[in-house]
Design a protein around this ligand. Structure first.
Ligand code: NOJ
Length: 528
């Protein structure tokens, strides 16, 4: 609990640090904990409450850290446990909470458990993973497909197939095997004892699989060379995700987390809010889960309204609203790019930031930047590299543009991923900081204003005020949040005394106002 009597994460704004692209401190071209520590003041001054750090564990990097070789250590490229201790102490001193990224669905194939499991079929670690004999006619045991392309099964020299819902280098753990559950109890306790404030849980909806490993029904035929995402969506995933019993894992973890007042927020990638809510609504599962439909919309009032209204209705005040992420384009790009995309992204952040319970920015969102341009030759994301398609996630992961010095102040060495050929001076923190009307200063103001509105920080219900049209508006207590998604001025359903307007222009809105400029959102008081 926080001093206000509500859970500390209720009403928090989170900031995703994609660690390897945030700030390098030792010149190896890879962001690290030392670099993050140097930038904590920046994050505290921005006004975020919570920092989510992407995986920092030893990893062979088949999927940029989401292939963990040891859950109880730090990859030496990022630092060490002492650096974690310093990071946590300094962040806490600034009033920031820090959550790490837990990857429990799969390990790296280089993890000692998988190595032992593969070396000896009688190893006590064999059942840590999902092994099966070939199907009766030969070939993989069932028709499941990997999220990253190809079958979800790979033949192993030990004489069986093993399951991997992602890369072959990411074998799935067998959560039906009790020792796996015990291992993760230890892992949680280890990091909580160090002072970590919680976890973002990777692929939280997929840990449990159908015990009979039945085929998934096919929804439609797709071309053999279709993008992995298209192939994945051509199946009804009845048996490889969202299985009965998965929430029980989180009930158990909740018991551990509660003793530390720590947060569990799940990457529950289910687009139906009714299914998503089962992970959070029992009150003894996850504290929160990301609402992914909210980050897949275009700049379209009906789409956004549908995602937010259905999400809030089902989410029982527990959802985390992401503006962007390291798996998706930055919001400014998604909404059309350029000045218009940035303006819309700020308006959308304003709209999200009034909803219960948490809002998350991805690094760079506070600058209104688009993804960095990465040429096909420089692509590193396995989706791009292994499918030979330049549709990977590298663009949203390019290094933070801090300033206009060489390598944008990110590193003194050679950046592990290009900075993005499209970056300009105006994209940098140095240019925007302190500059009235810049995206960065507008985000800072938004977060300040939001903090002064207890209605938006607690558990007040969301009452939707709009009934179609280009304006989406809701009320929580006496506070109203409204966003005009058209390019033209449009009327709002109630008169508003605006406290925050997502526009750089100094000209204030009339007091009160019944009209909003195009692509603009406000937070304010209901004015009768
Ligand atoms: C979701 C993570 O956000 C993504 O980056 C990763 O590739 C997959 N899970 C697999 O761990």
């Amino acid at each position: 609990m926080g001093v206000t009597g509500r859970p500390w994460w209720q009403g928090a704004v989170g900031y995703e640090v994609y660690l390897r692209s945030f700030q390098d401190s030792d010149g190896d071209g890879i962001g690290d904990l030392g670099g993050l520590r140097r930038r904590l003041d920046y994050l505290a001054n921005l006004g975020v409450d919570l920092v989510w750090v992407t995986p920092l564990y030893p990893t062979p990097d088949a999927d940029h850290g989401y292939d963990v070789a040891d859950y109880l250590a730090v990859d030496e490229r990022f630092g060490d446990l002492d650096a974690v201790r310093h990071l946590l102490a300094e962040a806490h001193g600034l009033g920031l909470r820090v959550i790490f990224d837990l990857v429990p669905n799969h390990t790296s194939d280089r993890h000692a458990w998988f190595q032992a499991a593969g070396a000896d079929r009688n190893s006590p670690y064999r059942d840590y993973y999902v092994w099966r004999d070939p199907a009766p006619g030969g070939g993989p045991p069932n028709n499941w497909v990997s999220n990253f392309g190809g079958p979800a099964w790979t033949w192993h020299p030990s004489g069986q197939y093993y399951l991997h819902l992602f890369l072959p280098e990411q074998p799935d753990l067998n959560w039906a095997h009790p020792p796996v559950r015990d291992e993760f109890d230890q892992i949680l306790g280890f990091w909580f004892d160090l002072g970590v404030d919680g976890f973002r849980i990777d692929v939280a909806h997929s840990l449990v699989k159908d015990p009979e490993l039945r085929d998934n029904p096919r929804l439609r035929e797709v071309a053999a060379d279709a993008h992995p995402r298209v192939v994945h969506r051509s199946f009804n995933h009845l048996h490889d995700l969202d299985q009965p019993g998965v929430v029980d894992i989180y009930r158990r973890w909740r018991g551990i987390a509660t003793a530390y007042d720590a947060l569990l927020v799940g990457e529950v990638y289910l687009l139906d809010p009714q299914r998503l809510t089962r992970y959070v609504a029992p009150q003894d599962g996850l504290h929160s889960a990301f609402c992914f439909p909210a980050l897949q919309t275009g700049w379209d009032a009906d789409e956004i309204r549908d995602a937010l209204v259905r999400g809030t209705a089902a989410g029982a005040g527990h959802l985390a609203w992401p503006l962007s992420s390291h798996d998706d384009p930055h919001a400014a790009m998604r909404f059309g790019g350029g000045a218009t995309g940035a303006r819309r992204a700020l308006a959308y952040l304003t709209l999200l930031s009034g909803l219960p319970a948490m809002t998350f920015l991805h690094q760079g969102d506070e600058l209104g930047i688009e993804d960095g341009e990465v040429s096909p030759a420089d692509a590193t994301d396995p989706i791009a590299v292994r499918t030979g398609r330049h549709l990977g996630r590298d663009g949203s992961r390019t290094p933070m543009p801090w300033d206009t010095t060489e390598h944008a102040g990110f590193t003194t060495g050679a950046p592990w991923l290009p900075l993005g050929a499209n970056r300009s001076e105006r994209d940098t923190v140095a240019w925007q900081e302190g500059r009235s009307g810049s995206h960065l200063e507008q985000v800072r103001t938004l977060l300040q204003v939001r903090r002064t509105r207890p209605d938006l920080l607690g558990d007040a219900d969301v009452v939707w005020l709009d009934h179609g049209g280009p304006v989406i508006a809701y009320q929580r207590g006496a506070t109203v949040v409204a966003c005009n998604l058209s390019g033209e001025p449009a009327d709002v359903p109630v008169a508003i005394r605006a406290q925050f307007v997502s526009r750089p222009d100094p000209a204030p809105l009339p007091e009160p106002t019944r009209t909003l400029p195009g692509d603009t959102a406000v937070i304010g008081d209901v004015a009768g």
